[in-house]
Every structure is written in C-alpha cells, then in structure tokens.
Design a protein around this ligand. Structure first.
Ligand code: FAD
Length: 191
C-alpha cells in the first residue's frame, strides 16, 4: 500500500477521481463513513467494488451500496497484485483475485503540528490546533493556515487561508509598529 500511495492507492476522490474515471475501482471499506465514501467514488466509475471484513455492514449499508450498483466483497485481503509497476488486483485470503486498477482508501487525517503544539497552541479534543477565521492561534504572534489546522483544506483553500493569515499577521505587525511609534513620540515629548 505504501509503495503504491498516490499512484494507484488513492485517498481522495476529489483529487484523483478524474485520473481513474471509468476504470475498475475498489474501496477499502470497514471504517466509519466508508460506505458514503464509496458512494462518492462511485461517481467516477460503473465498476466499483467495496472490500470489507465480514460482519461490518449493516442492512442500511448493504441497501445503499446495492442501490448504487456497488459490488461488495467480504473477506480478508492478503495483498495487492502488482504487475509491470501497476495495480492489477486485490488478492483475498482465499486466493481469489478481484481485478482492480485503483484502490481508494478512506484517509484518517493526522496534523503535522508538532511545531505549533510545541509553541503552546491550544488544541481541540481531537488534537487539532484551534484558530480563528484568520488563522490566529491561542499563542500571540502565531498564525496557522491550511491542512495543519484544517483537514478539509485543499490547495485552493489552504492557499486562501494562507493569504488571509498573512494579511492578519501584517495588520498585527502594523498595530505593533503604531503602538511603538506612539509610545516613542510620547516619550520624546516629556520635559
Ligand atoms: C496524494 C495527494 C494528492 C492531492 N491532490 C490534490 C489535488 O488534486 N487538488 C487539491 O486541491 N489538493 C490535493 N491534495 C491536497 C493538497 O495537497 C493539500 O490540501 C495542500 O497541499 C495543503 O497545503 P498546506 O500548505 O496546508 O500543507 P502542505 O502542502 O502539506 O505544506 C506544509 C509544508 O510545511 C512543511 N513543514 C511541516 N512542518 C514543518 C516544520 N516544522 N518546519 C518547516 N517546514 C515544515 C512541510 O514539509 C510542507 O512542505 C492532495 C494531497 C495528497 C496527499
């Protein structure tokens, strides 16, 4: 899986769906929200298989998958079948290989925020650094933008948040300059 990451093991249907449209696709299911995730991937191909361990699907899940024409394979996966540097299939524990050109894996996002946490920024219950709409954190002088505080950000939103943070940061520095200038002016006027 690691070796195929971002090539034919994919995490985001919005980032990668178009690249693999109309191919034989799989979703590695079994985690919370992965049925809905499969229904999103389904928009890119009529040939989609949802892989999951036995006993993980509810009746509602099954109905929702079947209604969207998503095949279901219940069983333990042994390995990915790679040939000529391409994903060819998903091999189950019983030896059966399900043909597959790309496997989507619902991601669990983890922020790379050691720097911010080390500086003392407040975090929420899930360990994500909290910030206001300009990216201002709980530590004066520290702003953050993009995926480090927002797992939903993509390139355009992360860049937009970076711009908003830069403007807020600059405003803060101007405020500081003005405070210093006023202080200096008052100081020089003293007899
Ligand atoms: C495989 C893949 C495909 C994607 N495809 C798309 C796509 O098609 N369209 C789209 O919009 N989005 C896509 N995304 C998401 C997009 O890449 C991210 O949302 C975006 O890059 C977030 O930007 P960012 O600046 O917040 O973080 P990043 O781009 O991750 O940049 C953070 C930078 O900070 C550096 N850094 C971290 N800690 C430190 C430190 N302590 N000191 C110095 N530097 C540090 C990191 O090395 C990194 O360079 C994809 C993501 C992945 C993983």
């Amino acid at each position: 899986m690691r070796e195929r990451w971002a090539r034919d093991v994919l995490h985001c249907p919005y980032c990668h769906g178009y690249e693999v449209r109309d191919r034989r696709l799989g979703v590695l299911g079994g985690t919370a929200g992965s049925v809905r995730y499969a229904q999103i991937v389904r928009q890119w191909s009529d040939d989609l298989v949802y892989f999951t361990a036995p006993g993980t699907l509810t009746a509602v899940d099954r109905t929702g998958l079947a209604a969207c024409g998503i095949g279901v394979v219940e069983g333990a996966i042994d390995q990915l079948v790679i040939d000529d540097d391409r994903l060819r299939g998903v091999q189950l524990h019983d030896g059966c290989v399900v043909a597959c050109d790309a496997l989507f894996v619902p991601p669990r996002f983890m922020p790379n925020n050691r720097l911010l946490v080390g500086l003392g920024c407040d975090v929420d219950g899930d360990g994500w650094v909290t910030a206001d709409t300009t990216g201002r954190t709980s530590v004066p002088g520290v702003w953050a933008a993009g995926n480090v505080i927002d797992p939903r950000a993509q390139v355009i939103t992360a860049a937009g948040a970076g711009s908003a943070a830069a403007i807020a940061l600059n405003t803060d520095l101007v405020d500081d300059d003005v405070r210093t200038a006023v202080h200096d002016a008052d100081h020089h006027q003293l007899p």
